[in-house]
Design a protein around this ligand. Structure first.
Ligand code: SF4
Length: 485
């Protein structure tokens, strides 16, 4: 096999789900540039790897060079009994390549550690570890123990670095998975290294495949059955047996749930499906004036502020549009934290003032309720007032989940989907136009990576983005009321 013709972890694990997906994972990996949020995740991953290696002083790093040379260097270090820890140990065998984050010499072989930025040991992470173990074993390495080195949920910034990680021994699970991998070993590599992608076969896993709508079976099917909300594997299998892939082709009499039937009706008629009476009754519950509220948060693997934990979601910003009547904006209030410190107390106090009154607080999703509850747990003295705010919440998304469906929703009800279908307002032209970018930009400010003037621009963009979210709610609410009147 020529140099460079190898299969790596992402290719193999995708190929286990579907041979076409494995081929795409290997051949399209640079097709889409990483987003701001992807880049931040990658940088955090590198930093976590660096900190994990500090736990094993004296460990030797295998330099990132071409994989055959790195595998040779790894073999040399493993043969040297003075080397007790190897970082990025590289193995190449059967056309596969794997890098072990940390390999420790043990009494009866080697202890393999895969470093992860997560707190919980998901199946996906154990599969990752099992892949590395499988390649290492095939290369002749005796793995004594295989573990995930995860972030500890109890770590708080300010604790010793050694408390940042927690080891989860997965040796038993890994042995089972390695057995399963054996049966796919030759076929996945063959398919992934082929000149052309294997012919795709529609399966339930396509529903969550990242290539579905960009490169594969979703590219030429409008209104695919995957747009049916909560489509079960059983219903999918029955439709697939009848070669039905598009919603309009679902046979009459095929049993769908009520929300699925709503979607089908909208697609077939090309018209919105509205339960007018129920929708009107729902919207009628609003007590005016209404406060339209949206939070933004920051979250990172390595905590940003003293006393906070890995992946802890921290409210950093809010926007409130105040309306005396539908569509009649009488005020706007906002808050954006100083990114150099944890401002939750200040934010919560300002928020209580800005929401002072008796009218409903209109939100979109349950996220704001979760965040209000979280602030209440943090500040005992503010909890009663924050609870009162939570009791005034009115979730506008419920209107779309239950009583209004538009053919352009494509099975979703997020505000980014419902807004352009109903209102002449969008996020186009905003410097920050989605939540992931907002989180990433704030995290970079908090890490001190955005200097002076540029930070001012980012703050302005964050304020505009959050303000657009609450204005979007005002407009959507007004539109729904007009539809019902
Ligand atoms: S969409 Fe389906 S067939 Fe295509 S690559 Fe993904 S899982 Fe495979």
């Amino acid at each position: 096999m020529p140099t460079g013709q190898y299969v790596d972890k992402a290719t193999f694990l995708n190929g286990c789900i579907c041979p076409t997906r494995g081929w795409f994972a290997r051949n399209l990996r640079h097709a889409t540039p990483p987003s701001e949020a992807d880049l931040l995740r990658m940088e955090e991953g590198l930093e976590i790897g660096r900190r994990a290696r500090l736990l094993f002083p004296g460990g030797v790093f295998v330099p990132a060079k071409e994989s055959t040379a790195a595998a040779r260097e790894t073999a040399r270090l493993m043969a040297d009994p003075k080397v007790l820890a190897i970082f990025e140990a590289t193995f190449r065998v059967d056309g596969y390549v794997a890098k072990a984050d940390i390999l420790l010499r043990a009494k009866r072989g080697w202890r393999l550690l895969e470093v992860k930025s997560s707190i919980n040991p998901s199946q996906e992470l154990v599969d990752d570890l099992a892949y590395t173990a499988r390649v290492a074993k095939r290369a002749g390495v005796k793995i004594d123990r295989a573990s995930l080195l995860l972030l500890s949920g109890t770590y708080k910034l300010g604790d010793p670095d050694s408390d940042l990680f927690i080891e989860r021994d997965c040796t038993g699970d890994v042995a089972d998975i390695v057995g399963r991998f054996e049966t796919l070993w030759d076929s996945v590599a063959k398919a992934a290294l082929a000149k052309k992608p294997p012919a795709p076969q529609l399966m339930f896993a396509c529903r969550s495949c990242e290539y579905f709508s960009t490169h594969c079976l979703g590219t030429d099917t409008e209104n695919h059955i995957f747009e049916l909300p909560r489509l079960s594997q059983t219903a999918f299998d029955r439709l697939a047996q009848q070669s039905v892939t598009a919603i309009p082709d679902i046979p009459a009499g095929f049993r769908l749930t009520h929300p699925q039937e709503r979607v089908r009706q909208a697609i077939v008629t090309g018209q919105p499906v509205i339960a007018e009476k129920e929708l009107a009754a729902f919207l009628d519950r609003i007590d005016w004036p209404a406060f339209y509220l949206d939070f933004e948060t920051v979250k990172s693997s390595i905590p940003l502020f003293p006393g906070t934990a890995p992946h802890e979601q921290i409210v950093t910003q809010y926007s409130v549009h105040l309306c005396q009547a539908p569509g009649k904006v009488s005020g706007h209030r906002e808050f954006l934290a100083d990114a150099s410190r944890d401002c939750r107390r200040e934010l919560a106090e300002r928020l209580l003032k800005d929401l002072d009154g008796a009218g409903h607080i209109v939100v979109y999703s349950s996220f704001e309720k979760t965040m209000l509850n979280k602030l209440g747990r943090l500040f005992d003295d503010l909890k009663p007032a924050l609870d009162r705010c939570a009791s005034r919440l009115f979730d506008l998304e419920k209107a779309f989940r239950s009583w209004f469906y538009h053919p352009e929703f494509h099975g979703r009800t997020s505000i980014k989907v419902t807004l352009p279908a109903l209102v002449d307002l969008s996020y186009d032209g905003l410097a920050i136009a989605d939540g992931d970018t907002a989180v990433a930009k704030y995290a970079r400010m908090a890490r001190g990576e955005i200097p002076g003037d540029a930070a001012g621009d980012v703050r302005q963009a964050l304020l505009e983005y959050c303000k657009r979210d609450t204005l979007a709610m005002v407009k959507l609410h007004e539109r729904l009321l007009k539809i019902c009147s």
